[in-house]
Design a protein around this ligand. Structure first.
Ligand code: NDP
Length: 247
């Protein structure tokens, strides 16, 4: 067992890049303890080396639901509890509905829906025991509305949002918060953004965002947002007394 955890204990998926990495960095900067997971934990070596007492990198493919129980059990064994689960791992998928294969849809549902659902199931008993906790669900503006070329991607995020909305009501009496994050376009390793720019003008995307812009500090004009600023906004929202359901 490691030393007793400092600050809150975060379990983050897809922490090797983009939002996941920025959230891990922000949590560490706040003095918290982070179990940073990804399929490529070696990409987290430098982050862990900078905070050897408060950070650990763990291999986790969230579509490997059998492994999820082990990672959750290890986290609780090492640090005694889990305060924040961040279901962040994800990827883009662009294509017409007619051309999107059954395999692609099932794989993306595994990544954006079944994996996060399994993590929630595994983590909640520990949070309920503590009478506190937070689940951050990285959705997308595409989880709120959709447009041509992103039907498959949106469907997986709609599924995650439906689950999360009910979850929020179920766990609120136990002192557990659920925060659904709906980014627009951010500068990360995200495959969807690049492919989207090739397949459809970003202008059309920006126009379709309309009145449901998220509460994240997004881009101004057509520039993509900074994931570090989004991470800071997520930490602020979690710390608030009245954390919103959606950010
Ligand atoms: P990145 O590609 O930069 O990061 C994705 C992360 O997910 C990587 O750390 C990757 O690490 C991990 N990952 C991918 N597949 C798996 C898997 N099967 N199991 C575990 N980890 C996996 O993209 P973003 O940071 O942008 O994406 C994070 C989330 O944000 C996603 O859910 C995405 O849908 C959402 N989002 C992003 C937007 C953007 O504009 N960037 C807009 C809206 C939503 P590794 O390869 O090591 O496993």
């Amino acid at each position: 067992a490691r030393d007793k955890a400092q600050g809150r204990v975060w379990l983050i998926t897809g922490a090797s890049s983009g939002f996941g990495r920025s959230i891990a960095e922000a949590a560490l900067a706040a003095g918290d303890t982070v179990v940073a997971t990804a399929r490529r934990p070696e990409a987290l070596d430098a982050l862990v080396a900078a905070h050897p007492d408060r950070a650990v990198a763990v291999q986790l493919d969230v579509t490997d639901t059998a492994r999820i129980a082990d990672v959750v059990a290890d986290t609780v064994l090492w640090y005694g509890r889990i305060d924040v689960l961040v279901n962040n791992a994800g990827m883009g998928l662009v294509g017409a509905v007619e051309e999107t294969t059954d395999r692609e849809l099932r794989d993306l549902m595994d990544l954006h829906f079944f994996g996060p659902a399994a993590l929630v199931r595994a983590v909640l008993p520990h949070m309920r025991r503590n009478g506190s906790g937070a689940v951050v669900q990285m959705s997308s503006m595409g989880g709120r509305f959709t447009f041509p070329g992103v039907g498959g991607y949106s469907a997986t995020k709609f599924a995650l949002e439906g689950l999360s909305e009910a979850l929020a009501a179920e766990v609120a009496p136990h002192g557990i918060k659920v925060l659904i994050v709906e980014p627009g376009s951010f500068r990360t390793g995200f495959a969807g953004g690049g492919a989207l720019r090739q397949s459809a003008p970003l202008d059309a995307y920006a126009d379709s965002v309309g009145p449901v812009r998220s509460g994240l500090p997004e881009s101004d004009g057509k520039q993509e947002g900074d994931p570090a600023k989004a991470a800071a906004a997520i930490l602020t929202a979690l710390a608030a007394e009245d954390t919103p359901l959606r950010l």
